[in-house]
Design a protein around this ligand. Structure first.
Ligand SMILES: [Zn+2]
Length: 109
């Protein structure tokens, strides 16, 4: 089982606190599809799945991904993008590029 270090319970995005909630199963209420993570910029929370994120690194990467969603949303860009699939593509691209900087900060690169 993954160690439970580096699991923040909140994060500030544009000065607004978001709760970070770790749940065994995370679903989008409409689709009943099990998700790695989910962000609600109206309710100000990020949910992270403990069952889908089977390693601590995957959990952290999912949190990183969800923080990008929250940042876009709080910056008003969710409405500008206007399409969930396009936003998801943008978030995945940013996640993949910027995640390397996290390794750089840890001295891995
Ligand atoms: Zn996403």
């Amino acid at each position: 089982m993954a160690k439970k270090k580096n699991r923040p319970s909140s994060i500030f995005i544009k000065g607004t606190p978001f709760d970070i909630i770790y749940e065994d199963v995370v679903t989008d209420g409409d689709e009943k599809e099990e998700l790695y993570g989910l962000t609600d910029v109206q309710a100000l929370w990020i949910k992270i799945s403990l069952s889908k994120n089977t390693t601590e690194e995957l959990l952290q990467k999912t949190l990183f991904h969800e923080v990008i969603h929250a940042t876009l949303g709080m910056g008003g860009q969710g409405d500008t993008i206007g399409d969930e699939k396009i936003e998801e593509g943008i978030v995945v691209c940013l996640e993949n590029g910027l995640w390397q900087l996290m390794d750089f900060r840890k001295g891995i690169l």
